[in-house]
Every structure is written in C-alpha cells, then in structure tokens.
Design a protein. Structure first.
Ligand code: ATP
Ligand code: MG
Length: 399
C-alpha cells in the first residue's frame, strides 16, 4: 500500500535517500505516518534508521551540543530544518517506569517497531511511500482502535506514561482503546504517580485539546484513573470537573488549560498549589491566573479589564459569558492597554517640579488609573495639570 505524500515528507525524503546511499535503512515512523494515513494534518516528522548517531555525524551536519546521542537520537540539520532521527533500538529493562535503563541498538526495523507504544504508532514508511506494518496498525487505524504493541500489561509496566498516551490518542483521534489495553491501563493506572510530572503534563495538554476530550475524561474518571493526576487531592468535586470539561472552539493548549482549571473551582493558595503540582511554566501559570481573575469577576470594571491585559482574549475564548460582547467593546475602548501608552513618565513629572524619590511610581500609577477610568485625558498637558492640581502632591513639588 502506498499513500500520497505531504510536503513535509517530500522535504525529508532526501535524508532517507542519503542514508540509503550510505548503506543504511531509513524510514518515516510514528505520528507523521499515522496522521498521513488518517488524512490528518502532520506537524512533525520522526525518522528512524539503523545508522548510529556517530555514523550519522559522518554523513550529515548535526546540531552542536545535542544531548540525545546516548539515547540513540541525533538532531540532523538538513535544508534549513532540524530533524530528530532515532537509531533502531530495543529498549532495555525499565528501572523506574520512567527511563529505559539502557538502549541497545538493533539492525532490525521490526524490533524497533516492537518497542513502540501502540500499533497505530508502529507503522514505518520508506522513501518510496511503502508501508511496513508488522503489528496490525493499519487494521487498527481502520477500526479506530488503540492497542498496545504486544502484551499491554507488560508494556504499561515498562513505562506507565503509555497509559496516559492511550487516552491522549483516544481524545485526539476519537478512537476506542481496545478492551485488553483498557483493562491493563486501569489496573496499572497508579503507576502514573511515579512518572515525571513534565511528561504527564505534555500528554495531558494534548488530551485536553483533543476533539473527544469530554468523553475521554469521563471515561478516565469512571475508571478512577484521574485520581492519579497531579494535584487531584486538592479538588473537592472531581466528578464535576471531569464530567463538565468540553474542548473550547479554539482548542489551543493554553485556552484548554484555562477552561480546565476554571472547572476545578480552586482559588487563592490552593489554586497556586494546584498549578505548581502540574509543574507548568510560569508563563502558563500567569495566563491561567490572569484569565481566571476575569472569568470569576461578575462585573469587571475598566481597571480589571486593563489588568487582564494581553490575557483578555484568552479568558474570552476559554469561557463564554453572557456579557461577552459588552466586555469586548469596553476592553477595546480602554484609553490605554499598557503602561508604555501613558503619555507621561517620571521625567515629565520631575520637569514639572516633582522632587525625585520613591513617590514617583505611586503618582504615575494614580495618574494611569485616572486615565483608565476616563477621569483624565491621556495627554501630557492634561496629566501634568492633573498632577499639579492634586493637593496631595503639593508637598512633593518644588515651590
Ligand atoms: P504527535 O503527533 O503528538 O507527535 P506521536 O505519535 O508522534 O504523536 P511522539 O511523542 O512524538 O508521538 O512519539 C513519536 C513516536 O515514538 C510514537 O509514535 C511512538 O512510536 C514512539 N513513542 C513515543 N513515546 C513512547 C513511549 N512512551 N513508549 C513507546 N513508544 C513511544
Ligand atoms: Mg511526533
């Protein structure tokens, strides 16, 4: 069977050909092949080969200081792009459910595909578009089934992250998890607790953006799998959380997270603790907390809207509110949207007579608020006049 190749594949075919010319085997594999077969958009290309990273270095320009080498992965710089190329390997015994103890390279494509998580992710494609499917992946793609390669129980005890990955693919592809795989996932789900949170976060983020996130989360809750997720003990009504989540129309990762965290109904210190439990980036924490401040505010005034700032539209997209139109209009009509739009600065105040000192920040902030509330026009003259008129400032101004 052959498939029509997307431009991303066409761009990378010379890499496969170059490896072949040098006497190696090379294939596309994983998500890109799966998604091409499903006619879904492809976002990255995974390549697998029997050339070792050292051998690849002799053939290609490779990225400096790349640390993947000992895992059998090399970053090859080709035609203006970086490609991650992984050497065929058999994963060693798993010590801690996290990382393979050691990797053993192999010359066998079949062995490399056998260590992959699900049959739909274990299909390889060569430079001519020919498919290599040793584990029934094509059949499962047709049926819409996620099935472990080999014995599910063994595969999940090697790496429990695969349990969450099964649900992540169910959510993204609207697939069913095969009965055996689902039973093993349920039985071993508490192994998720020892998986590095960063890995959990990545998979769960993808799950939240999936078109079937709602049914997937319900199922995970019903099977008591969600109780192994970070921060779950902080949630007072987990059923409500996992039963009410719906993927937003704009399913960007941060918008999905805002909606999900909103549904936890957490606030204050507990909310911060919950977000920290997920080990998310400070930027995402800020995005979520700023957006929730707006979503949870029944009647935001102009200063609340200003404070939401660049996060305003995230909040609007994450949670529909009945006064949405009115809020957008109010937000867009704010006289300023950021500090640097204020038509006055500390130097202007000093020139107008203010004695330099710590009061400057406070006075500027008060002026900014007056502008935001529409009490003063945002022009240098009006702002200086306002500053000089304010009796409380008199002590700070040179006579
Ligand atoms: P995406 O489209 O999100 O990139 P993907 O299937 O390519 O999905 P990746 O995380 O990029 O997923 O992994 C690439 C491939 O590596 C997978 O398709 C699978 O064959 C293999 N793989 C990834 N993680 C694991 C794992 N934990 N256990 C076994 N195989 C894995
Ligand atoms: Mg991928």
């Amino acid at each position: 069977m052959k498939i029509e190749l997307d431009q991303l594949f066409l761009d990378a075919i010379p890499i496969l050909k170059t490896l072949e010319k040098n006497g190696f085997q090379a294939f596309f594999v994983g998500g890109s092949v799966r998604d091409a077969l499903l006619k879904r958009p492809i976002h990255d290309i995974d390549i697998t080969t029997d050339a070792t990273p050292r051998q690849m270095k002799d053939i290609f320009e490779t990225a400096d200081n790349y640390s993947g080498e000992k895992h059998g992965t090399d970053l090859v710089f080709f035609s203006g792009k970086n490609y991650e190329i992984t050497t065929f390997r058999i994963d060693g015994k798993y010590k801690d459910d996290r990382h393979p103890d050691h990797v053993t390279f192999t010359k066998s494509l079949r062995e490399d595909l056998a260590r992959r998580d699900f049959t739909i992710n274990a299909i390889a494609m060569d430079s001519e578009g020919r498919l290599f499917d040793y584990f029934g992946g094509l059949d499962d793609l047709k049926k819409g089934v996620i099935r472990s390669v080999g014995m599910a129980k063994k595969r999940f005890s090697e790496d429990a992250l695969r349990i969450l990955r099964a649900f992540r693919f169910a959510s993204q592809l609207d697939f069913k998890i095969s009965p055996n795989t689902l039973t093993a996932a349920t039985e071993l789900s508490n192994h998720l607790r020892i998986i590095a949170t960063e890995r959990i976060f990545t998979e769960f983020s993808k799950l939240l953006t999936g078109s079937s996130a709602d049914t997937t989360l319900k199922k995970m809750y019903d099977l008591s799998i969600t109780k192994n997720l970070p921060g779950n003990d902080l949630i007072s009504d987990p059923r409500k959380l996992f039963y009410s989540y719906r993927v937003p129309k704009e399913a960007e990762e941060n918008i999905c997270w805002i909606r999900f965290v909103y549904l936890t109904q957490l606030s204050g210190n507990e909310l911060m603790l919950y977000l920290k439990n997920w080990k998310m980036s400070n930027e995402l924490i800020k995005t979520i907390t700023k957006s929730l401040a707006l979503i949870n505010n029944p009647k935001p005034d102009p200063l609340d809207l200003y404070n939401c700032g660049q996060y305003f539209y995230f909040a609007i997209k994450a949670w529909h509110r009945s006064d949405e139109k009115e809020l957008i209009e109010k937000f867009e009509n704010l006289p300023i949207h950021s500090n640097d739009q204020l038509k006055i600065n500390g130097n202007d105040l000093i020139k107008a007579g203010l004695i330099p000192g710590p009061k400057i920040g406070k006075i500027l902030n008060e002026l900014k608020q007056k502008v935001i509330y529409g009490r003063v026009e945002n022009s240098r003259e009006s702002l200086i006049k306002e500053f000089l008129n304010d009796n409380r400032n008199l002590g700070s101004v040179k006579k």
